[in-house]
Design a protein. Structure first.
Length: 188
């Protein structure tokens, strides 16, 4: 289960891991400490600086993990299952160097590809898995047009099955004590 702030915690976990990956590689060590989580269109982003935008640009419901049943908490309580969402990230290097931009994206791809199993957030293993995505040209066009920024080299990642807990109290349910089987003949 999650706690309040899981979206921020997932983002911090991913940016922290990517920052450590940058720091560990001599080719990208200069980018360590330069990741920010705002839009690449933010005023001053990337101007005369080496920065990496790791922007959570969209949150959607996880269509493959919806309508989950109530969760048994005890013999007489059923808990409300969490809302499962997907967080979509646009990663845009703005280093001022085409070569360094490519190295930064390659390291980000390598980092996400090497994430084994579920993501660990605040020391706790979650159901969340991170994948590299290939959005369509129309989606990318709409995204960059909405930012009113020229297209830049970027990639998209998706954190799937991020659990946002419900604040509703558990529902009371009684146990089944007796069952009656009744059969009726249908037809002649």
């Amino acid at each position: 289960m999650s706690t309040f702030g899981i979206v921020l915690d997932v983002t911090r976990s991913l940016t922290g891991g990517l920052d450590a990956a940058y720091a560990a590689d001599p080719l990208t060590a200069a980018l360590s400490g330069q990741i920010f989580t705002e839009s690449p269109a933010t005023n001053g982003a990337g101007q005369n600086q080496r920065k990496i935008s790791f922007w959570p640009y969209r949150i959607t419901r996880d269509e493959f993990v919806s309508n989950e049943p109530l969760v048994p908490i005890g013999s007489t309580l059923l808990g409300i299952p969490p809302l499962m969402v997907e967080i979509w990230y646009l990663v845009t290097p703005m280093t001022g160097s085409g070569d360094l931009d490519q190295l930064a994206l390659e390291k980000a791809l390598e980092y996400v590809y090497d994430l084994e199993g579920p993501l660990v957030v605040n020391g706790v293993e979650t159901r969340t898995r991170v994948t590299f995505e290939t959005p369509g040209a129309d989606e990318l066009f709409r995204l960059w047009s909405a930012m009113d920024t020229p297209y830049a080299l970027a990639c998209v990642f998706c954190a799937r099955s991020v659990a946002i807990d419900s604040l509703r109290p558990p529902q009371r349910a009684s146990r089944v004590l007796e069952r009656y089987d009744r059969y009726q003949r249908v037809g002649p």
